[in-house]
Ligand binder design. Structure first.
Ligand code: NAD
Length: 475
């Protein structure tokens, strides 16, 4: 753990293992922190806050810029660690590391653009000056699926704004978090400004974060269920929150779209990170006239995806995070099959050639998926493409919006008016139009409805860590 600028063990001296999900091997052990460790970390962050907030934006920016340079220099090394600890193929891990570094650069730049306002007063003898101040000590909780970029997406804007941070990474990927912290330390972040508490059991740490009065804000990325609990507790104690939660993305292919192009996009975005992404398409609504060509192209691409250890050449799909994740996928596929869905490829665990040592499920395409199936309602978080053919007259937008989630959506059409109407009609906050990667450090990312509150990235991202201060001057 990293507290007040020192690398240390848990007070209890306990530790836990980080395990490679592709091989089941122990990679290393890390300190198993508890509530007391979290409180020490908050002490450090609280003590460091005045001097960090008091630095100029230019000083904070220079440190973030240095961290960006170091992350780019170590991209290969970080990607390798991520593949070993999280499982995604090496190339995807390198792409994620680049995305993670993008946030450090973006917020090194945004730090210098935290502008205020002057506002005319109704009184001739008064002037209003509005300035921005950092909210204070931030508690951050991050997931395992994007174990480096989800950290910099929070640490970048928090540090740029002048906040100090205590972070608890996911118990499945503590080593990636440690690697990010080593970079920030080397870049010159002063002691106490960023603190890291690793823990096997997240709940006691979450309880400290939501109850300690010195924490001004909780920023969380993870499941809707956990986010809801944290938001409730944080709300009771009137803390600010940002919640990046689950998704259930629709992927709409209109009748005029090119089904081959759409299927190519679908095969890339659905199986990215083995489907373990909050923006992963979970329901593919394909016009019935396009469905046959779309499913044929998608199936032929998916059949060619090789599963295995992400360090090996030619691997397109890595393991799932754990046994529970495999069991969830299995349950959704069996449920769909029993209710009439057709399995075009995959549809089973992978056990051969040593894959039984990890958590592998075959890349799967289901078609004829209907609303009574679990997969139509639940986030899968696994390698299953579920195709729902629709007819003229079906209200596809209503079908797409028929979910509590509102994170990402995708639409394929060659008709600009239809594209615009679809974007306007979808209750989702991130929409790809003939595009499978509508994300960037420069653009806001976040969800509507049960997918969360607040935005990360872009110029909006730093606002989440700032307060407005109104000063009325009598002159
Ligand atoms: P999770 O909610 O189980 O865990 C996320 C984090 O919360 C981990 O660090 C975990 O240790 C911690 N946590 C779990 N229980 C806690 C508790 N009681 N108190 C405090 N912390 C607790 O989610 P996960 O399975 O790791 O991640 C997958 C989920 O994250 C999916 O639903 C996915 O859609 C979502 N996600 C969302 C985004 C986004 O930006 N919207 C990005 C990535 C992942």
């Amino acid at each position: 753990m990293y507290i007040n600028g020192e690398w240390r063990n848990a007070l209890s001296k306990k530790s836990f293992e980080s395990i490679n999900p592709a091989t089941g091997e122990v990679i290393d052990t890390v300190p198993d922190g508890n509530a007391e460790d979290a409180t020490l970390a908050i002490d450090a962050a609280n003590n460091a806050f005045p001097s960090w907030a008091g630095k100029t934006a230019y000083e904070r920016s220079a440190i973030l810029y240095k961290a960006w340079q170091l992350m780019i220099q170590r991209k290969g090394e970080l990607a390798r660690l991520m593949t070993i600890e999280q499982g995604k193929p090496l190339r995807a891990a390198a792409n994620e590391t680049q995305y993670a570094a993008d946030f450090l650069l973006w917020y090194a730049e945004e730090a210098k653009r935290v502008y205020g306002e002057t506002i005319p007063s109704a009184r001739g003898d008064q002037r209003f000056i509005i300035s921005k101040a950092p909210v204070g000590v931030v508690a951050a909780i991050t997931p395992w699926n994007y174990p480096i970029s989800m950290l910099t997406r929070k640490l970048g804007p928090a540090l740029a704004a002048g906040c100090t941070v205590v972070l608890k990474p996911a118990e499945a990927t503590p080593l990636c978090a440690i690697a990010v912290y080593k970079i920030l330390e080397e870049a010159g972040v002063p002691p106490g400004v960023i603190n890291l508490v690793t823990a096997k059991d997240p709940k006691p740490i979450g309880d400290v974060f939501t109850s300690d009065p010195r924490i001004a804000k909780i920023t969380f990325t993870g499941s809707t269920a956990v986010g809801r609990t944290l938001a409730k507790e944080a709300g009771h104690n009137l803390k600010r929150i940002s919640m990046e939660l689950g998704g259930h993305a629709p992927f709409i292919v209109w009748e005029d779209a090119d089904p081959t192009h759409a299927a190519k996009g679908a095969s890339l975005v659905k199986f990215l990170n083995t489907g373990q992404a909050c923006i992963s398409p979970n329901r593919m609504f394909v016009h019935e006239n396009q469905a046959e060509a779309y499913v044929a192209e998608l199936t032929s691409r998916v059949e060619r995806l090789r599963a295995g250890n992400g360090l090996d050449d030619g691997i397109g799909i890595g393991p799932l995070v754990n046994e529970a994740a495999v069991a969830k996928v299995e349950r959704q596929v069996e449920d769909a099959r029993s209710k009439g869905a057709k399995v075009m490829c995959g549809g089973h665990r992978l056990m051969e050639s040593g894959l039984d040592k990890g958590h592998f499920y075959a890349a799967t395409v289901l078609t004829d998926v209907t609303p009574d199936m679990l997969i139509y309602r639940e986030e899968t978080f696994g390698p299953v493409a579920a195709v729902v053919p629709f007819r003229d007259g079906d209200d596809v937008l209503a079908m797409a919006n028929d979910t509590p989630y509102g994170l990402a959506a995708y639409v394929y059409t060659n008709d600009i008016a239809k594209a615009m109407r679809t974007v306007e009609g979808l209750n989702f906050a991130i929409i790809g139009v003939n595009d499978i990667n509508p994300t960037s450090a420069a653009a806001p990312f976040g969800g509507m409805k049960s997918s969360g509150l607040g935005r990360e990235g872009g110029h909006e991202g730093i606002e989440e860590y700032l307060e407005s201060k109104t000063a009325g001057f009598s002159i």
